[in-house]
Design a protein. Structure first.
Length: 439
């Protein structure tokens, strides 16, 4: 009985639960043409969908204000009964309130800073929106109709909006107080438009007739996005006084520069990784890794295009992380191939690559599944920029693991066959050495 127990211990001393038992022999590199063809088709489809979006939706990807411009507003919250008490902003309630008000394309995130006077920590929020003005085109048209109907007896010549400014040309004076009441009756998201107090100089211009035509040209300005969102949030939060800490716009030119810089960052990262692989291993390994990187980046972008998911600077950071993850997995596989090229000199290069892939397969699967599970939780339960990052990582982990196993290593075989095997005179010294190793 004791001998039997001893034999079991020798066979499996640790009693591991294997994901794949040692000695598996999957022929992963033998269908290289199919894997490469599938990847090329997926890449073409990703590129094609970018142009489809351009025709249908007006842009290649769903850029956020990081790239196409918009407005960023920072709010702080204080207790309505005691303004000296700072209240933590509830991003969930703020997000729901803005959605119910019909606001689209915005992002809400927590933001912390210290009060410049009291030095107390403040936990506010930041709202980012692609809009520059408080009114959309439809909302501006609604306000225009209300003004035209109310002042129809004043000889209106023209009523038009430019951003948050209302321009009125009429035969009679348009009183500020009356205009204030009319705009307050225009409900946008359950909140009326609020007219800013007209400055003294502007008030004189509004009530002075043109000497040539006798017409009155009046300008009225409503409070912008910051006040509009403030009113919407205050309506949703009981006992909280919402205050605008700062507000600024991001121009379209700045967004274009950020987008171009993001593309440059991706290209530079790929170039440096290719250089690293060429120095660290052999020039034979670099093309496969670069093809895998381009494949990963293209397919992640393709998924963003198909799902019309917002693309922000955080998404670019996630894309760079995906490339790093894919290269790390590829390097581990290449390192095992290089080791086995020395140890298994009696085998062909195809067989050496397959053995190496099988030896690293479990490690690749476990690493990918662990990271995927983590980012999946972030994707399911996260919000805003965290969700965008996690979504890109989820897609990137899948395509990155696939490319490391089914693209990078098989392309190494192709390059080795094409340029590093054959007659010695054609290969030269380096090809001869490589052939001797692979024999």
């Amino acid at each position: 009985m004791a001998d039997k127990k001893s034999d079991e211990t020798k066979v499996d001393p640790h009693r591991f639960r294997y994901l794949l038992k040692p000695g598996n022999d999957f022929r992963l590199a033998r269908q290289m043409k199919w894997w490469v063809t599938l990847s090329i088709v997926a890449g073409i489809f990703s590129i094609a969908f970018l142009f489809i979006n351009k025709q249908v939706r007006g842009d290649y990807l769903n850029w956020t204000i990081d790239f196409k411009g918009g407005t960023e507003v920072v709010y702080r919250f204080v207790d309505e009964a005691d303004p000296s008490i700072n209240v933590r902003g509830d991003t969930g309630k703020v997000r729901d309130a803005l959605k119910e008000a019909g606001i689209e394309g915005f992002d809400v995130a927590e933001r912390s800073w210290k009060d410049s006077v009291t030095k107390q920590p403040i936990n506010g929020i930041t709202i980012r929106t692609p809009s520059f003005g408080a009114l959309s085109r439809a909302e501006a048209d609604l306000a225009t109709v209300a003004v035209e109907e109310h002042f129809a007896d004043r000889g209106l010549q023209k009523v038009g909006w430019s951003g948050d400014r209302l321009f009125v040309r009429s035969n009679q004076v348009i009183p500020e107080g009356e205009m204030r009441d009319v705009l307050a009756g225009v409900q946008i998201g359950g909140v009326g438009l609020e007219l800013k107090p007209v400055e003294e100089k502007q008030a004189k211009d509004n009530t002075a007739a043109n000497e040539d035509t006798g017409e009155y040209n009046a300008t009225f300005t409503i409070f912008g996005l910051a006040r509009k969102y403030e009113q919407i949030i205050e309506t949703a939060l009981d006992g909280v006084d919402v205050r605008v800490e700062q507000s600024h716009g991001v121009g379209a030119k700045a967004g274009d520069k950020l987008r171009n810089d993001g593309i440059k960052a991706l290209l530079f990262a790929m170039a440096l990784i290719m250089l690293y692989l060429a120095v660290r291993f052999d020039i034979r390994y670099a093309p496969g890794a670069v093809f895998a990187m381009v494949h990963d980046a293209l397919l992640v972008i393709g998924v963003f295009a198909v799902t019309w998911t917002e693309v922000s600077l955080t998404s670019v950071a996630a894309l760079l992380t995906v490339i790093g993850f894919s290269v790390n997995d590829t390097v581990i596989i290449f390192d095992r191939i290089r080791e086995n090229m020395t140890k298994l000199k009696d085998k062909k290069v195809e067989r050496i690559v397959e053995i190496s892939l099988n030896e690293t397969l479990v490690r690749s699967i476990l690493t990918s599944v662990t990271l995927f599970a983590t980012t999946l939780m972030m994707n399911l339960f996260g919000t805003g920029l965290v969700k965008d990052f996690a979504f890109a990582m989820n897609v990137g982990i899948i395509v990155g693991t696939y490319s490391s196993i089914f693209l990078a290593a098989p392309l190494f075989i192709f390059i080795h066959r094409r340029w590093y095997t054959g007659p010695v005179k054609q290969r030269g010294r380096r090809g001869s050495a490589a052939s001797t190793t692979a024999a």
